[in-house]
Design a protein around this ligand. Structure first.
Ligand SMILES: NC(=O)c1ccc[n+]([C@@H]2O[C@H](COP(=O)([O-])OP(=O)(O)OC[C@H]3O[C@@H](n4cnc5c(N)ncnc54)[C@H](OP(=O)(O)O)[C@@H]3O)[C@@H](O)[C@H]2O)c1
Length: 289
């Protein structure tokens, strides 16, 4: 295959994605801020970020959000490694402003950049069936589509920098609000004494039918908040979405409420739990066990 990839970020999404590229035969090494995760990944890893940047032609980042991406790319530029001709791909969900800034900084140094956030969660990441939205130079995208095809099933080229991140955030306004309304409905049914399994079975064959309910039905029933997509992450995405909406003078009524709900979930110490833990907020509000 010939492409030498450096993968940065081994969180819930980064690890299965990097594994898929490794299993597809790419010459990949990983690096993670917390070195233990790289050691435990079972993948070839580098201890030093500089070494990874030096050796690889393509560097892919999958971090938390704008702050971590800005921080990491500053570190990359500070390594002093000549990055001319290298391709950087960021797959983190970040603010479109951050994507544009990173692109500008890298292009100034003669490197290329693709912004490629993903839709779907841990299980689609494991199966290599994510949806990926990509911004940046079309030719670079076409030349490296093979990488996206290993990680995802539906791949959309979106155009100029910022558009992919914007679309990703718009998607997550739907995701957050769906999760919130499903949790509200589930707690409502419980409150009025409808058997939980029955309530969710009716919803999944009625207005609640959705990817979100398919993914979260069992977790809601079991109150299993083990993390696939954390409260902290959806809160971050909704914060960016609100900022973008305000900037564009676009009123987002539902997203604002959903954002407040996830703020409350964070305030209740649920930040690291799966975002279906927003159910706990509805339970507390209506005094359900
Ligand atoms: N989880 C999902 O279902 C899902 C779905 C679609 C999109 N996304 C997006 O994909 C991205 C990754 O999500 P995730 O669930 O994998 O997140 P995660 O489990 O929280 O992992 C975050 C990763 O970022 C690293 N990191 C954080 N701050 C850093 C910094 N300042 N410098 C270097 N590394 C840093 C962490 O390193 P340490 O190990 O050292 O902490 C970790 O490897 C997020 O932008 C998220 O919004 C997630």
């Amino acid at each position: 295959m010939g492409k030498k990839i450096g993968w940065i970020g081994l969180g819930h999404m980064g690890l299965p994605m990097a594994k898929n590229l490794y299993n597809a035969g790419y010459e990949i090494d990983v690096w993670n801020r917390t070195l233990e995760k790289a050691k435990e990944s079972g993948l070839p890893y580098k201890k030093e970020l500089t070494e990874l940047i030096q050796e690889k032609d393509i560097i892919i980042t999958m971090l938390f959000g704008s702050e971590s991406v800005t921080d990491l790319y500053s570190k990359i530029l500070q390594t002093g490694v000549n990055i001319k001709g290298k391709l950087f791909i960021d797959m983190t969900t970040i603010h479109p402003k951050t994507a544009k800034k990173i692109a500008e900084n890298l292009i100034k140094e003669g490197a290329d950049f693709l912004e490629a956030p993903v839709l779907g969660s841990v299980i689609p990441a494991q199966k290599g069936i994510l949806t990926i939205v990509v911004s940046g130079d079309r030719e670079k995208f076409e030349k490296n589509k093979d990488i996206f095809e290993v990680l995802g099933k539906e791949i959309f080229y979106m155009g100029d920098y910022g558009i992919a991140s914007t679309m990703k955030l718009i998607n997550n306004t739907v995701l957050g609000s769906f999760m919130a309304v499903l949790s509200e409905a589930f707690a409502f049914a419980k409150k009025v004494g409808i058997e939980p399994d029955l309530a969710l079975s009716v919803l999944e064959n009625g207005a609640g039918k959705s990817l979100v309910l398919d993914a979260k039905k069992k977790k809601l029933l079991d109150e299993d908040y083990s993390t696939h997509f954390s409260v902290g992450l959806i809160h971050k995405d909704l914060t960016y979405a609100l900022d973008l909406a305000h900037e564009n003078q676009y009123p987002v009524f539902l997203t604002s409420i959903t954002h407040e709900l996830f703020s409350s979930a964070k305030a209740h110490g649920l930040e690291k739990d799966d975002f279906c833990a927003v159910l706990e907020i509805f339970k507390k509000l209506s005094n359900i066990d």
